[in-house]
Design a protein around this ligand. Structure first.
Ligand code: NAD
Length: 249
């Protein structure tokens, strides 16, 4: 086994792909085998890598998962916006393959996940919970994968599922806010890399937890760290919390 982890970047010409290619090239722990984008054939180089890293489009993931299973290549998935069926495909593949799948690879956001869980458990039902995210105007999916994960954490703490409790935006004659609902709001504009705020609004006080990313390098660096980590893991579905040693997501 080579000491350096050999990686291939899928979605190499995108905003994240550019950052991943640049950082992987400069990382002494990694060997960049190459990048593939829309018009390239991954089959010709896949056997030369230890780990596949994907930041492309949600429709790309199922085919990539099949290829990774066939060639026994651990995966790092950064893409967001998957359908329920695509999510199930990833989960099923993890029975046979180590996969890191995280909506956000930054250390700061993973701390935000942890703090959100802690705040929800501490403040409880007495505080109304809302999530606000903002991203650049090119972003295709909404709410962001990170906002969705924050919603899942809040829903879990509230004793329900994301589908039951999350309310996306409000318009018209919506009536008073129910105690259990979790408001979800997606802003789009300019070149914002990624802002997330979780609001806990109580009677007479309000707590807001905010993370703001100012460079994609923070996600790319985390994903490359995950690639070196996942190479030596047993089959299973892992989050960035596992890579960082924060425990299960
Ligand atoms: P982007 O549109 O700039 O790049 C996507 C790239 O994927 C493009 O170059 C596109 O040509 C390529 N692509 C599309 N179909 C392909 C295919 N079949 N095979 C290979 N490449 C293909 O998007 P982006 O801003 O780089 O984001 C990519 C994904 O990563 C999005 O889902 C985004 O939400 C997600 N993202 C995740 C994190 C994280 O930390 N997990 C951080 C930022 C972005």
């Amino acid at each position: 086994m080579s000491t350096r982890t050999r990686v291939i970047i899928v979605g190499s010409k995108g905003r994240m792909g550019e950052a991943l290619m640049r950082l992987a090239q400069a990382d002494p722990a990694l060997e960049l085998i190459g990048g593939v984008d829309r018009d390239d054939d991954l089959n010709t180089i896949v056997d030369r890598c230890d780990v596949l890293i994907e930041f492309a489009h949600h429709s790309v993931t199922p085919g990539l998962v099949d290829l990774a299973l066939a060639r026994n290549k651990p995966l790092v998935i950064g893409t967001t916006g998957h359908t329920t069926e695509e999510r199930a495909r990833i989960e099923a593949a993890a029975a046979k393959l180590p996969i890191v799948w995280a909506p956000n690879y930054s250390v700061g956001v993973n701390l935000l996940f942890y703090l959100t869980r802690l705040a929800a458990a501490t403040l409880g039902d007495a505080f109304d919970q809302e999530v606000i995210e903002m991203h650049h105007h090119h972003k295709l999916d909404a709410p962001s994968g990170t906002a969705r994960r924050l919603g899942e954490i809040l829903a879990q703490a509230g004793g329900g599922s994301y589908e039951e409790l999350v309310r996306n935006g409000r318009a018209g004659d919506v009536g008073a806010r129910s105690k259990k609902e979790i408001g979800m709001h997606a802003l789009r504009g300019g070149d914002v890399v990624g802002d997330h705020t979780v609001v806990f609004a109580g009677s007479g006080e309000r707590v807001e937890l905010t993370h703001k990313a100012s460079s994609r390098d923070t996600f790319a660096g985390g994903a490359l760290r995950a690639a070196a980590w996942v190479r030596t893991q047993q089959p299973g579905l892992y989050s960035m919390q596992d890579v960082l040693g924060f425990g299960k997501k």
